[in-house]
Design a protein around this ligand. Structure first.
Ligand code: UDX
Length: 444
C-alpha cells in the first residue's frame, strides 16, 4: 500500500499533484528536465502563483516526503507509480496538440522500468494516445507486461488547484483491455486515491479512449457554455437587453445552472482554447469532424468578444485610439492566477496598442509573465498607476481588488471618466452615480 510515487513534469499540474500526494502521506519524487525549475521547487519556491500551494510544498519538503530531480534513473529506481504530467500545447500554426513531451517521457522512462510498476498518464491528450503509448511502453520496458499504463485525467482549475486535487468532483481511471493488467491498475489507483474515495468521490473505471475523452468533452462543454452566454450577449447588444439579468434568470433552471454562464470577455488560458482545437483536429482524423463543427463556432464567438471589447473602447473615445491613453486592469487569463497564456486581457491590450493607443497594464500577480509575453506594452505598479491620465479604463480580468474599486477614488487620477467592464464585474449604478460613463459587454 505504501506506494512510492514519481510525478514527471512539474508545471501547474505536476507541481500541484506532487505536493498534494506528498501531503496525503506518500513519498514523492518530482522530475522535470528543466534544472532551474527543479532547483526552485527543491528550495520551496513555487515558480508560478497558485494560492495555498507553497505552504504544502514547503512542509512536505521539510518532512522529507517530497524531493525533486532531473534524473530519470533516480525516478525509475525510486517509484512504483509514475504520473505523467507534462504539457500538450497547441502545435504552432495547427489545431492539433503537440505530443512531443508526452512521447519523450515514455521514451526516457520505459527503458529504465525493470520491476512491475504503473505508469499513469494525467496530461490532456487526443483520444487514442494512451493505446499508442501503452504499446510503446510494452516494447521498451525491460519489465514488459509488468509495466502497466493507466489513464487518469486531471480536471484541476488554476487558482483552485489544491482544492481540486484533494477534493475532486470525480476520479476517472482508464485501464487496459487485458483483464489482469486492468485489475492491477484499478487496484493501485484505488489505493492511491483511497482517502478521496472514502469521502464519497465517484471513481469511474473505463477503457483508455473513454477516459481520454472525458477530459476533452468536459472542457468542450465548459467552453460551449461560456460561448453560449456570450452569443446571447451579442444578441442582447443588438436588442438593447441585459445579458447579466438573462444569465441570472437562466441560472435558476437547475438543468442549466449558473456556473460557467458568466458573460464577458470569454475564455483563455492554457487549456480551454487549445483543448477544443485539438479535439476538432482529432475528430477530423477520426472522420467525424462534423460532430464537432459547433466547436469552431464556440471558438469564433469567443474571439469575437475580444474584438467587440476593442470596438467598444474605441467607440467611447470617439472612433480612434490615436493620441489616447488607455488604462488596462488585468493581464492574467482569469483572477487568482499569474498565467497569461492566451489571455483575453493581453490580447485586447496589445490590439489597442497596435491601433495607436497608449496602453498601461496592471495586474496583481501576472506582471512578470505579461512583460515577457508582451514587452511592447507599458506596465504600471498599481491600479492608480495604470489609470493615471487615462481617457478610458478597461476592466479585463475580474480580480477581487478590481471588483472592489471605489469609483470616486479612481476618478481622481483619470483624464476622462470612461470605464468598460469586460467581465460584468462592477455595479453600473455605483459607477454612473460617481459621474462615470459605464459600458459593458452584453448590456445596454
Ligand atoms: C479549465 C477547466 O475548468 C479545468 O477543469 C481543466 O482541467 C483545465 O481548464 P482553467 O483553464 O484553470 O481550467 O480555467 P477556468 O476556471 O475553467 O476558466 C477558463 C476561462 O473561462 C477563463 O478565461 C475564465 O475567465 C473564463 N470564464 C469562466 C468565463 O468567461 N465565464 C465563466 O462563466 C467562467
Amino acid at each position: 500500500m505504501a506506494h512510492r510515487l514519481t510525478v514527471i513534469g512539474t508545471g501547474y499540474l505536476g507541481a500541484t499533484h506532487a505536493a498534494c500526494m506528498a501531503d496525503l502521506g506518500f513519498e514523492v519524487v518530482g522530475l522535470d528536465t528543466d534544472a532551474a525549475k527543479v532547483d526552485r521547487l527543491a528550495a520551496g519556491d513555487l515558480p508560478f502563483y497558485e494560492p495555498g500551494l507553497e505552504p504544502i510544498l514547503r512542509r512536505n519538503l521539510a518532512a522529507g516526503r517530497l524531493r525533486f530531480t532531473t534524473s530519470y534513473d533516480e525516478a525509475a529506481e525510486f517509484g512504483d507509480v509514475h504520473f505523467v504530467c507534462v504539457g500538450t500545447p497547441q502545435k504552432r500554426g495547427e489545431y492539433a496538440a503537440d505530443l512531443t513531451y508526452v512521447d519523450a517521457v515514455i521514451e526516457e522512462l520505459a527503458p529504465r522500468l525493470h520491476r512491475p510498476c504503473l505508469v499513469v498518464g494525467k496530461s490532456t491528450v487526443p483520444v487514442g494516445t494512451a493505446a499508442r503509448l501503452a504499446a510503446r511502453l510494452a516494447e521498451l520496458a525491460p519489465a514488459g507486461g509488468d509495466a502497466v499504463l493507466a489513464w487518469n485525467p486531471e480536471f484541476l482549475r488554476e487558482g483552485y488547484a489544491v482544492e481540486d486535487t484533494l477534493h475532486p468532483d470525480r476520479i476517472v481511471a482508464g485501464v487496459p483491455d487485458d483483464q489482469g493488467a486492468a485489475e492491477r491498475a484499478e487496484k493501485v489507483l484505488r489505493e492511491i486515491y483511497s482517502s478521496m474515495i472514502g469521502e464519497g468521490v465517484p471513481f469511474i473505471v473505463a477503457d483508455y479512449a473513454t477516459a481520454e475523452l472525458v477530459k476533452v468533452a468536459a472542457n468542450a462543454f465548459l467552453a460551449t457554455k461560456i460561448s453560449f452566454i456570450n452569443a446571447m450577449a451579442e444578441v442582447c447588444e443588438a436588442a438593447h437587453a441585459d445579458v447579466t439579468k438573462l444569465s441570472l434568470a437562466l441560472s435558476y433552471d437547475d438543468r442549466i445552472g449558473g456556473k460557467f454562464l458568466g458573460p464577458g470577455l470569454g475564455f483563455g488560458g492554457g487549456c480551454l482554447p487549445k483543448d477544443i482545437r485539438a479535439f476538432m483536429a482529432r475528430a477530423g482524423e477520426l472522420g467525424v469532424d462534423q460532430a464537432l463543427t459547433f466547436l469552431r463556432e464556440v471558438d469564433e464567438i469567443n474571439i469575437r468578444r475580444r474584438i467587440r471589447m476593442v470596438d467598444l473602447a474605441r467607440e467611447l473615445l470617439g472612433g480612434s485610439f490615436a493620441g489616447r491613453t488607455v488604462g488596462v486592469l488585468g493581464a492574467a487569463f482569469k483572477p487568482n492566477s499569474d498565467d497569461v497564456r492566451d489571455s483575453p486581457a493581453l490580447d485586447v491590450a496589445s490590439t489597442i496598442h497596435a491601433q495607436g493607443g497608449a496602453v498601461t497594464v496592471y495586474d496583481p500577480q501576472a506582471m512578470d509573465n505579461a512583460r515577457r509575453a508582451h514587452p511592447e506594452l507599458t506596465y504600471g505598479a498599481s491600479v492608480q498607476d495604470a489609470a493615471r491620465g487615462a481617457h478610458v479604463v478597461l476592466l479585463l480580468t475580474e480580480w477581487r481588488q478590481f471588483r472592489d474599486l471605489d469609483p470616486a477614488d479612481l476618478a481622481g487620477v483619470v483624464a476622462e471618466r470612461n470605464i468598460v467592464d469586460g467581465r460584468n464585474a462592477l455595479d453600473p449604478e455605483l459607477w454612473r452615480a460617481a459621474g462615470w460613463t459605464y459600458r459593458a459587454l452584453g448590456r445596454p
